[in-house]
Design a binder for this molecule. Structure first.
Ligand SMILES: Cc1cc2nc3c(=O)[nH]c(=O)nc-3n(C[C@H](O)[C@H](O)[C@H](O)COP(=O)(O)O)c2cc1C
Length: 328
């Protein structure tokens, strides 16, 4: 099953394991380095690995999450991504670029400007790899500014396409900007992007997907990493994730990649491999595009079990691949 081919849009993947995005914090001036190309190519050698989704790359300097994050915010990034796409393709895997805006989690000392979000609330900041945690406030975006940022996501996607990558993944998880709109823990708005309904909370992500679909070539795939559930009282729920996924599919998403919301990529107190599988199973029942799930899977056999259970079509293995390029 792990070696069964699968199609995302028109693209054939040779296997059903994916390497999910993991920030390496190794870019130089936001550019992909030869060392990073080597790192990804070594992982692409696994025959079961159908897809690599790159570490999150910022679409706009105001959404830069950390000092050594990769940029996809200007045309001079294309060359680096082209070298990366070539190396991954040579090994037989597909490559999507994860595109992100950190929103209220961005720090002024990194971006040089105030943090922006759905609402003016307090945020914890810093990335896991930096080992930082601090709080700060953000300014709520106007509807006009949301449209401008959607355009930044589109331009970023077109750069990934120009570089020869197979698709993009719109990051709407782990407490970053699009997740801040989706989560009722953060979204206090009362406009069409507001907290009153899932449709409103996922509107920014849906409009972004639809605009990328309209601008990119027909063969270019669009994934969305959805932080579907916050696992917190008053936060988003698994039912919300299913409803949002249906809307994302309608907007043009070709893959729904399920992970956590404001809780991040773990669920406190749960260590069963595939801890988001109950959510991905609910999403899989609601949509017809492929569904991916990541969280706690360290071996091919564990991935196989999740696929056999029908809880997902693709399984992500992250930290195990970070430690060891060879799948076990
Ligand atoms: C060092 C590190 C960096 C990460 N960076 C990203 C990222 O850039 N984008 C993202 O969506 N998830 C990121 N994640 C989350 C992983 O993609 C994955 O969801 C998480 O590690 C859980 O999967 P695992 O148990 O297989 O490691 C990161 C995780 C780690 C450990």
């Amino acid at each position: 099953m792990v070696n069964e081919k699968i199609r995302i849009r028109g693209l054939e993947l040779r296997g059903r394991i994916a390497m999910p995005p993991m920030a390496t914090e190794k870019s130089k001036d936001g550019r992909i380095t030869p060392e990073m190309v080597e790192y990804y190519a070594a992982r692409a050698k696994n025959p079961e690995l159908g897809l690599i989704i790159t570490e999150h790359s910022y679409v706009d300097i105001r959404g830069k999450a950390s000092p050594f994050q990769v940029s996809v915010a200007s045309d001079d990034c294309v060359e680096g991504f082209a070298a990366l796409a070539d190396a991954v393709h040579r090994e037989g895997a597909r490559i999507f670029v994860q595109i992100n805006h950190a929103g209220g989690r961005a720090r002024e000392e990194v971006t040089g400007s105030e943090a922006l979000s759905a609402s003016a609330v307090q945020f914890s900041r810093g990335t896991p790899s930096e080992g930082r945690s601090e709080t700060g406030s953000a300014r709520a975006l106007s509807a006009g500014e949301i449209l401008e940022l959607e355009e930044r996501f589109v331009q970023a996607a077109l750069r990934a396409e120009k570089a020869g990558c197979d698709g993009v993944e719109v990051h709407a998880a782990h407490g970053y900007l699009l997740n801040q709109f989706y989560s009722p823990l953060v979204n206090r708005r009362d406009d069409e992007y507001g907290a009153q309904s899932v449709e409103n909370r996922i509107r920014f992500a849906c409009e972004t997907v639809a605009k990328i679909r309209a601008a990119a070539g027909d063969g270019f795939a669009i994934a969305v990493r959805l932080g579907g559930c916050d696992y917190t009282e008053g936060g988003s729920t698994i039912e919300d994730a299913a409803e949002a996924s249906v809307l994302l599919e309608k907007a043009g998403a070709d893959l729904i990649d399920i992970t956590g919301g404001m809780n991040g990529y773990i669920i406190r107190g749960v260590d069963e491999p595939g801890w988001f599988a109950p959510m991905s199973a609910a999403v899989k029942k609601a949509v017809s595009v492929p569904v991916m799930v990541t969280g706690g899977v360290t071996t091919v056999a564990q991935a196989e079990r999740i696929l056999e259970d029908g809880a997902a079509d693709i399984v992500g293995i992250a930290r195990a691949l970070l430690k060891d390029p060879v799948l076990r």
